[in-house]
Design a protein around this ligand. Structure first.
Ligand SMILES: Nc1ncnc2c1ncn2[C@@H]1O[C@H](COP(=O)(O)OP(=O)(O)OP(=O)(O)O)[C@@H](O)[C@H]1O
Ligand SMILES: [Mg+2]
Length: 245
C-alpha cells in the first residue's frame, strides 16, 4: 500500500465499480451497482426500504464482506488487494463505524471505549500526534462536543442511557480522524429532537475533520444538511427480491 493510498490524499473517499454481491445460499443478487463515488469529505445520506441492501452495501464498503464481482476502493485502496489481516488493519486505520447496535464493551468506561479505536490503530495515534493532541485529550474533547458530561465519560458503557451510548459510539468512530465514517441507522433509538441534534453533531465533526460520511437512515427528515441524498433503489440494478424470485 502506498502512503498516498493509506492517507487517501487526492482520492475519492469511496469508489465502487461494477459491484455484484449475492449472499451465500441466495438465489438472486442482493446488490448490482455499476458506479458509486463519495468524494473526499462528502456527506451522503443513503435511503432505501427495509431489506433493500443498505447494511449489505455498508459491509462491502467497510471490507467486512467481499463482492463476487467488481470492487470497492476506500481512499484509493482497492480492498480486494488486501489480505484479510491487512484489510482489518486498513479498516481500523481509515474507517469509523457507528452501528445500529453500538458494539460498545459494556464493562469498559465510555472513555476507554472511545480510546479503544486508537489502541487498535497506529495511524489514528499518528494523526493525533501530528495534530499535537493526546488521545486522552481528544476523547475528552469529542465527549464534550457530543454532550457527554464528565460523569458519563467515566461510567461503564452498560450504565449509560441508549442516547449516551450512541454518542460514545460516534466519538469512538471519529477519534483519530479516519477519512470515512460509516453510520448504520445510528439514531433509531432516539426521539426526534435528539436525532436531529445527533446528526448535526456527526455532520459537524465530519466537516471539521474532513471525513466523508455514509449515513443510512429510513428517516428522510434527517437528510436536510447532507451534501447528497442517495436512494439505493436508483443505483441498485439487482433484479429481484429473494421472496419473489
Ligand atoms: N448475513 C446474511 N446472510 C444472508 N442474507 C442476508 C444477510 N444479511 C442480509 N441478508 C439479506 O440481504 C438483503 C438485504 O439486507 P440488508 O440487511 O442489507 O437490508 P437493509 O436495507 O439494511 O434493511 P434494514 O433497513 O431493515 O436494516 C435481505 O434480503 C436480507 O435477508
Ligand atoms: Mg440495515
Amino acid at each position: 500500500m502506498t502512503s498516498d493510498a493509506a492517507s487517501g490524499a487526492g482520492c475519492a473517499a469511496v469508489a465502487v465499480g461494477g459491484l455484484r454481491y449475492r449472499w451465500p445460499k441466495a438465489r438472486v443478487d442482493c446488490l448490482a451497482i455499476d458506479d458509486l463515488t463519495l468524494a473526499a469529505g462528502e456527506r451522503v445520506f443513503l435511503r432505501g426500504p427495509s431489506g433493500s441492501g443498505k447494511t449489505t452495501l455498508l459491509s462491502l464498503v467497510g471490507g467486512v464482506i467481499q463482492p463476487q464481482a467488481g470492487g470497492v476502493c476506500v481512499a484509493g485502496q482497492p480492498l480486494s488487494r488486501l489480505s484479510a489481516g491487512a484489510r482489518d488493519r486498513f479498516r481500523a486505520d481509515n474507517i469509523g463505524f457507528v452501528f445500529q447496535l453500538f458494539n460498545l464493551l459494556p464493562y469498559l468506561s465510555a472513555r476507554d471505549n472511545i480510546l479503544l479505536a486508537c489502541r487498535f490503530s497506529a495511524a489514528r495515534r499518528a494523526r493525533l500526534r501530528a495534530a499535537g493532541v493526546t488521545a486522552q485529550a481528544e476523547a475528552g474533547r469529542l465527549a464534550a462536543r457530543l454532550d457527554l458530561d464528565a460523569g458519563a465519560i467515566e461510567r461503564p458503557a452498560a450504565e449509560l442511557s441508549v442516547g449516551q451510548q450512541q454518542r460514545v459510539a460516534a466519538a469512538r468512530a471519529l477519534i483519530g480522524r479516519p477519512g470515512l465514517i460509516i453510520a448504520d441507522e445510528p439514531t433509531s433509538a432516539l426521539d426526534a429532537d435528539r436525532q436531529q441534534a445527533f446528526v448535526d453533531l456527526l455532520l459537524g465533526e465530519c466537516a471539521a475533520s474532513g471525513a466523508a460520511l455514509l449515513f443510512v437512515s429510513h428517516d428522510l427528515r434527517l437528510a436536510a444538511h447532507f451534501d447528497r441524498v442517495l436512494d439505493l433503489a436508483q443505483i441498485n440494478h439487482a433484479t429481484a427480491v429473494e421472496a419473489g424470485a
